[in-house]
Design a binder for this molecule. Structure first.
Ligand code: DGL
Length: 290
């Protein structure tokens, strides 16, 4: 290959989109931060909404789904994959890094920043059952909790509600109240939003807790991490790519994805259907705990 060909191939790779993946709509909180931090980057958002929530599922299911969508994103030409889902990261990041030929960035609950900032030394963590039960989460606490006590609460029912674009119904407020009040009673001054769906509950949490809880959301840190990975791999999009393209894709019909993107980003975009190899055999979904 000549020097010119090398340069052209490098520009092509850098012009490719960044893939952002979530079990559903939660990764849009990360996409919002990425767009603010890296406005030149074309983005391809993939929601596995037909299979959300992942939280009550077992690891085999989560690995199968994230690999299926991850491979599909690679086949669509993404240059880097952001797994914008704490649950998928906890269950499958090692497999994804092993199997996919591109850099893979994961997300994890902000235990470290919470332990650094809590004054009362009591903090709450709201995350999915799968995230809280994972070995990665256990290690995260062991590494960073220090002398801070973490009250870990699975957010049963919250992802389902957000997938329906319900962020403030009486049912959602009642669930959140049930999860958050014991944290407040125990003296928590900080709440880790350990699921990328939960930043959309920010206003509802404020209604319950006022300013008694500082909310820890890691989406800005993930955008910065993506910037570092693009730097290290020489994959920053050329600046002439502005305004960068945004493609939305989903495993379901995408009505709520379209709605949330419109509300969040003010963009009216179509949603493409993801046609990937079906998840087989799909294990039955266990009943959700109360
Ligand atoms: N956004 C996912 C996370 O960060 C939601 C998980 C789910 O689908 O239950 O954990």
């Amino acid at each position: 290959m000549t020097t010119n060909h090398h340069a052209a191939a490098a520009t092509d790779a850098a012009s490719a989109p960044v893939g952002i993946f979530d079990s559903g709509l939660g990764g849009l909180s990360v996409l919002r931060a990425v767009r603010a931090q890296l406005p030149n980057e074309a983005l391809l958002y993939a929601a596995d909404s037909a299979h959300a929530p992942y939280g009550p599922r077992d690891n085999a299911f989560i690995i199968e789904r994230t690999l299926t969508v991850g491979e599909w994103l690679v086949s669509e030409g993404v240059k880097v994959l952001v797994v914008a889902c704490n649950t998928a990261t906890a269950g499958s990041i090692a497999v994804l890094r092993d199997q996919l030929p591109i850099p893979v960035i994961g997300v994890e609950p902000g235990i470290k920043p919470a332990a650094l900032q809590s004054k009362t030394r009591v903090a709450g963590v709201l995350a999915t059952q799968a995230t809280l039960g994972s070995e990665r989460f256990r290690q995260l606490l062991a590494r960073h909790a220090a002398d801070c006590q973490f009250i870990c609460q699975p957010g049963h029912g919250l992802v389902d509600a957000i997938e329906r674009c319900d962020i403030d119904s009486p049912e959602v407020i009642a669930l959140l109240t049930r999860y958050i009040e014991p944290m407040l009673e125990a003296g928590a001054d900080t709440l880790v939003l350990g699921c990328t769906h939960y930043p959309f509950l920010d206003a509802a949490i404020r209604r319950i807790a006022g300013d008694r809880l500082a909310l820890v959301d890691t989406s800005v840190a993930i955008a910065r991490q993506l910037e570092r990975v693009l730097d290290t791999n020489g994959l920053h999009a050329p600046t002439f790519a502005t305004p960068a393209a945004l493609r939305l894709c989903s495993t379901n019909e995408g009505t709520h994805l379209r709605q949330l993107v419109s509300a969040l980003l003010g963009l009216e975009l179509p949603v493409e259907r993801i046609v990937a190899k079906p998840c087989s055999p799909a294990p039955p979904r266990p009943p959700e705990a109360a």
